[in-house]
Design a protein around this ligand. Sequence first.
Ligand code: FAD
Length: 358
Amino acid sequence: MPLVGQDRKGRSLAIDVTIYGAGVFGLGCAWALARRGARVRVVDPAGVGAGASGGIVGALAPHVPEQWNQKKAFQLDSLLMAENWWEAVAQVGGGAPGYARTGRLQPIEDEAALTRAQGRATGAATLWQGHATWTVEDAPEEWSPGTAQVIRDTLTARIHPRRACAALAEAVQALGGKIVPDATAEGMILHATGWQGLSAMQDEKGRPAGNGVKGQAALLRLDRRDLPQLYADGLHIVPHADGTVALGSTSERDFEHTDTDAQLDDILTRARAAVPALAGADVIQRWAGVRPRARSRAPLLGHWPNRPGHFIANGGFKIGFGMVPKVAEDMADLMLDNHDAIPQPFRSDTLAPWANGD
Ligand SMILES: Cc1cc2nc3c(=O)[nH]c(=O)nc-3n(C[C@H](O)[C@H](O)[C@H](O)COP(=O)(O)OP(=O)(O)OC[C@H]3O[C@@H](n4cnc5c(N)ncnc54)[C@H](O)[C@@H]3O)c2cc1C
């Protein structure tokens, strides 16, 4: 591996790391790398937040606290890192990612759900190590997911995805990083190219490393900024700091276009049925994006097999914003310090050798 600041023949470089993709994974890694002194250049012909990351939902919600595994532990670490991580982004760049740990309410539909919820409260007490709670309580009257009792967790946070990307871009540039539509690669190369990148990376049998899963979401004008987000009828209902509430999302493996359509109307109907407080609120934005889903459904991180000096950060799928602080710091550990802490289920180098793609 070349040293930072040198190419493979030991010649001096102006850029230490070229990052393809200005979504939250590319920008998040650029931020972590630049913060540690690397000179970074982010290349994306479509611009900042043009892909899945330029959206409006931004639920940073934990996995259920039971049947613990490496993926859940990684996500917990990332959620716990998020507040300080995003605060530093805001301080250095001056942008406003819209982060707040406002918690979440989920419905308890019946006795079986109540028993499950109580079991998970015990799980959270151990697995979340005192950092957050999972409790069963009576639903508040004005803002609830529609059942008499609810689960409240204090780990869930919100972020404004599009603004978070803009804030990361500002922070990277404040540290001297560049964000450009086109450039020749220099130094180490990180591929954070979202679903297009996953589709293009193919193994020897021609199987892609992953695919895109479209999602549609809506933004309503309704000021619930200090209230928890709701999870109702399988939908995330996320109050943002600017007096809007986001609703999402559809999950479409097969899609012919990337616009919104009648499936989003269905989401609006379901959300309003579950949460009457949404009924009179105007829809001020409809948005669709395509999530990067790796074959494993987990993030895909680490070395690009058989391509020395090339790295991958991809596969954020439905929780890319929740995962990004830890993804970015682990990638910076790997790329700058050769310290490899990437969990086994996420490792790109355990996949079959890849034939092509970038
Ligand atoms: C409707 C919807 C709701 C969601 N809700 C949430 C949520 O509530 N919470 C959460 O945590 N996550 C959520 N997600 C998921 C999250 O948005 C994604 O996991 C995350 O944005 C993925 O980031 P990324 O940087 O990997 O990909 P992207 O944001 O897609 O970025 C990839 C970038 O690579 C660029 N690119 C592609 N090819 C090249 C190339 N050859 N050279 C240079 N650049 C290239 C593209 O232009 C793009 O800008 C949601 C996604 C959707 C669609």
